[in-house]
Design a protein around this ligand. Structure first.
Ligand code: DQA
Length: 149
């Protein structure tokens, strides 16, 4: 069974109360339960973590290769600011898929650039919680592709 690490960045702990017209009414706990279910039905075990601290996210990305086959990452606002997270992704062999609840290209100009995007397998943006489901599927597909290479 593939081991997937889902990382949620800053302010995603406030899902359900934060800007609900953009991010929806569901809580992070509800989302994390769905992630585990989506993983199971796709043949993967999902571990989800959230932090508001850039250092935690970097640490978890660095540690991922010893325990996880792929990372599904929503860097939150660090998407648009963090070269350090970008470098962490580039520093590990673990394939990373970038996901966003909202469509970052349909919002403010400053959200249109992602430092992470160039070092991820790909980016999924704008499908609400379903972005993570697609991210999990994309991660598994990537791993299957690696297995048949
Ligand atoms: C987000 C989009 C970011 O621009 C924002 O800072 C977030 C959430 C999303 O999931 O849509 O915190 O990553």
């Amino acid at each position: 069974m593939h081991q997937l690490l889902v990382l949620h960045g800053p302010n995603l702990n406030l899902l359900g109360s934060r800007e609900t017209s953009i991010y929806g009414a569901g809580s992070l706990e509800e989302l994390d339960r769905k992630l585990v279910e989506w993983g199971k039905s796709a043949g993967a075990e999902v571990t989800a973590r959230q932090s508001n601290a850039e250092a935690d996210l970097i640490q978890w990305i660095q540690e991922a290769p010893s325990r996880y086959d792929a990372i599904v990452l929503n860097p939150g606002a660090f998407t648009h600011t963090s070269i350090a997270i970008r470098d962490a992704i580039a520093s590990v062999p673990t394939p990373t898929i970038e996901v966003h609840l909202s469509n970052i290209y349909a919002r403010e100009e400053f959200r249109r650039h992602s430092y992470a995007a160039a070092v991820t397998i790909g980016q999924i943006s704008g499908f609400g919680p379903y972005s993570y489901c697609l991210g999990i599927r994309a991660a598994i597909q990537t791993l299957k592709g690696e297995e048949t290479e």
